[in-house]
Design a protein around this ligand. Sequence first.
Ligand code: ADE
Ligand code: ZN
Length: 322
Amino acid sequence: VQLQHIVRNMPKAELHMHIEGSLEPELIFALAQRNGVQLPYPSVEALREAYAFQDLQSFLDIYYAGASVLLKEQDFYDMTAAYLDRAKADHVRHTEIFFDPQTHTARGVPMGDVIHGIHRACADSEVSATLILCFLRHLSEEDALATLEAALPYRDRFIGVGLDSSEVGHPPEKFARVFARARELGLHLVAHAGEEGPPAYIASALDVLHVERIDHGVRVLEDAALTRRVAAEKIALTVCPLSNVKLCVFDDMGGHNLLQLMDAGLVVTINSDDPAYFGGYVNANYEAVFASLPLGLQHAYDLAKNSFTASFLPQADKQKFI
Ligand code: ADE
Ligand code: ZN
């Protein structure tokens, strides 16, 4: 009880959260009504009942359907402002927010409306917030390259690029050129790897894309040499426990490998991924692992500290939190 109180109230950073995954069913319906978008679900309750996933793809299908209500700059603002209020309540002091522009530009939404709406909410929040533009890996590298070029007029509004969506069958190598271009531009680099995909995807994210963090990465433990390397290079893993259970990466929270990852000397952080879909915001993730795994005060401290050290905050700003 005491430990859960500390975990809830400690200052933390969030490094793996898809802003489109923070759309609560109530806001999806409100935006659908505002924009005249027809949803394939009759009610908030029916939509929430559809949140039973077998794997990543079954989630992504519903996640992209939910995002279809986002049309106007103000929609992106409202979604982001709602997330930042939740983050503040969970004692998040800094968050690095993923967004998926291709999901919106494919529906005719201008890139500037996506970025300005999200960015304006960040600027209005007390929580420190920066943006990471993610490429959808089920689409082509040409599409990703065109997306990066389309975002360059707003280069000062985002700090990095990432790689998300359907992992298996879309290895990091597919995006070598667009990550090389992002690197030239001085952007930070991250990629989802080793969520459903094999440890080899973690290795190629590091070797081919030169990413600075691995999103998820829980399958790293299947390769002992790679685990030693990721630990030695202090490459952080942005782990999302409730997501992993909802998407059946682990059968239940008691079977999650978070403690083994920490015991292997890896820089592990806890994050919410898509909090509206997976059963809670970042504190719900901390509470779930502390309730199900033999973790103590030192783990709580390490996890919070890692969240700041693994962030892309300037060194001087990190120091304020550690
Ligand atoms: N897009 C949103 N959430 C994701 C996840 N957990 N993995 C891959 N792509 C995503
Ligand atoms: Zn994710």
